[in-house]
Design a protein around this ligand. Structure first.
Ligand code: HPA
Length: 236
């Protein structure tokens, strides 16, 4: 049933949802990778599409930026639309010096100082795990496709523009590979509703290097990550 934020009819959202941050990216993914796709949401410009990847019905729904936005959409998708599995497909900044631009991280846990879990249902831990069974499926798909992924924790921040801090210290002390802004809300909602969620993140910038990629390089690598997520969906 439609919510304040999502206008889709109940049968227009698939049980499996991929969530990029950017609404433009969900359109791109639908156009390039899905067959017989249909626009199922445009409220607030959050363009969502449902269509087939091979024989599997999948919805691509953007999360927007940050835990509050991801929190609203993933909550309503799990609770009101019976979604079972959400894979965030996004980007992150790289802290760990072993990372290279465009590496793909499969998130095992999200560390955050965010109050999202406390506000949601008094969950007061700072770390929350991704779903292990989803991760096993993604890992084995990556292996089959000869695609390198790096498994590890991510730091989920509430402020893109944080006051100066020692990223190396955070990386070591919190045991995180890098930083993004949405996984903590997604994983908390999955926990609340006993659903499954994980995240694949392309390293879009490095804290220890000025190196940049061309837009073609970026797009090609992003496509690799999207295909990995879509191929994994076939096994769900
Ligand atoms: N900070 C937070 N989120 C991000 C970053 C960052 O540097 N890069 C990509 N997502």
């Amino acid at each position: 049933m439609a919510t304040v934020h999502i206008e889709s009819k109940s049968n227009e959202i698939a049980p499996i949802v991929l969530m990029p941050g950017d609404p433009k990216r969900s359109e791109y993914i639908a156009k390039i990778f899905l067959k017989d796709y249909k626009l199922v949401n445009s409220v607030r410009g959050m363009m969502a599409y449902t269509g087939y990847y091979k024989d599997r019905l999948i919805t691509i729904f953007p999360s927007g930026m940050g835990c509050p936005s991801m929190g609203i959409y993933s909550y309503e998708l799990f609770k009101e639309y019976g979604v079972e599995d959400i894979i965030r497909i996004g980007s992150c900044g790289g802290y760990d010096s072993r990372l290279k631009l465009n590496d793909v991280i499969l998130v095992t846990g999200s560390y955050s100082e965010s109050s999202y879990g406390i506000m949601l249902d008094n969950y007061n831990k700072k770390i929350i795990k991704a779903d292990n069974s989803l991760n096993n499926i993604i890992e084995s798909t990556a292996k089959d496709k000869n695609k390198k992924i790096i498994k590890g924790n991510i730091y989920c921040s509430d402020a893109f523009y944080e006051k100066e801090y020692d990223y190396k210290k955070r990386c070591a002390e919190k045991d995180v590979l890098g930083i993004e802004m949405e996984t903590f809300a997604l994983f908390n909602n999955a926990r609340l509703f006993d659903k499954r969620a994980t995240a694949l993140l392309t390293v879009s910038d490095l804290f220890f290097s000025e190196e940049k990629l061309t837009s073609e390089e970026r797009e090609k690598k992003l496509n690799d990550m999207i295909v990995l997520a879509l191929e994994s969906c076939l096994k769900l």
